[in-house]
Design a protein around this ligand. Structure first.
Ligand SMILES: [Cu+2]
Length: 287
């Protein structure tokens, strides 16, 4: 009994000693997302950056962290903020803010988004990824937040219209707001690793189309699949991810080299009609 109490106490202490109080302040702001060919769309993000970033912040916390989250609405219309299955901050009025303190949910991947004017506010950029990690998890993680963009949709939505999904024909495709070749400069997205060292990739589809990422060079294990739990444990080289869903992949590179990864839905490898200025990046594995 004494041993059990000691065990429970040390487990608690161990967890407690590594988790932390964390404060995050996200400003919901308007801006412009530019593509490689010089075209651009009006866009919105949740960001802690003083400038306009290309994507909403990636939120990474440890299990047990006590998180104080403040969301400031710097736009002139009502918005909301929800972390799927975790919290809902309700409606945030223009130039107002809402703050809530919560303990991290269980280890896993969560989407956050503005639930108002669904799915248009999300489409305009108001969605992102939260990852809760085990305290002792030192595996390198890379994150691919996938989206598409149809210029006329952004214009139309901002005029108060509700374009029809049947007519959705996106022309630009981004990972974390970047297209090839900029993806390769994004340290969150670009997989850089070593032979024999495990790498994990978290792919979240924050768009409206299905994306199916195809790995050259390596097969990966499907550790998590939010849509099809029965598929977990499979080892493959192509991973379909449905809108609002995610997968967590793991692989241990068995050889060095630079290998492409791209959407197997080949239109998404283009950007502005140019191949391969879309969802295309490479895995860079050193010996
Ligand atoms: Cu391929």
């Amino acid at each position: 009994m004494k041993r059990l109490i000691l065990l429970v106490f040390s487990a608690f202490f161990c967890a407690y000693s590594h988790s932390a109080n964390v404060s995050v302040r996200l400003v919901l702001k308007n801006g412009v997302l530019e593509f490689n060919d010089g075209s651009s769309v009006s866009y919105k993000i949740f960001t802690s950056s003083p400038t306009f970033a290309k994507n909403s912040d990636l939120l990474i916390f440890n299990l047990g962290d006590v998180i104080t989250l403040k969301v400031v609405n710097a736009t002139s219309e009502n918005h909301g903020f929800t972390i799927d299955g975790v919290l809902n901050l309700g409606v945030i009025s223009p130039n107002d803010s809402v703050q809530q303190t919560f303990t991290s949910p269980t280890i896993g991947v969560y989407r956050f988004f503005d639930p108002l004017n669904f799915p248009y506010n999300e489409y305009l950029g108001l969605s992102g990824v939260m990852h809760i990690k085990a305290i002792n998890d030192v595996t390198p993680y890379f994150y691919w937040d996938l989206r598409e963009h149809q210029l006329s949709w952004n214009t139309s939505i901002l005029l108060g219209n509700s374009p029809v999904l049947n007519n959705y024909e996106p022309f630009y495709f981004t990972i974390n707001g970047n297209s090839e070749p900029d993806i390769n400069l994004d340290t969150i997205a670009r997989v850089i690793g070593n032979v024999g060292s495990e790498v994990r990739v978290i792919i979240v589809n924050n768009g409206l189309s299905i994306h199916s990422m195809h790995f050259h060079g390596y097969h990966a294990f499907l550790l998590k699949n939010s849509k099809n739990i029965a598929h977990e444990g499979r080892e493959k080289d192509t991973f379909p991810v449905y809108p609002k869903e995610y997968v967590v992949l793991s692989f241990v590179p068995d050889k060095p080299g630079e290998y492409p990864v791209h959407d197997h839905n080949l239109v998404a490898v283009t950007g502005g009609g140019i191949y391969h200025a879309g969802m295309f990046t490479t895995l860079l594995i050193a010996p």
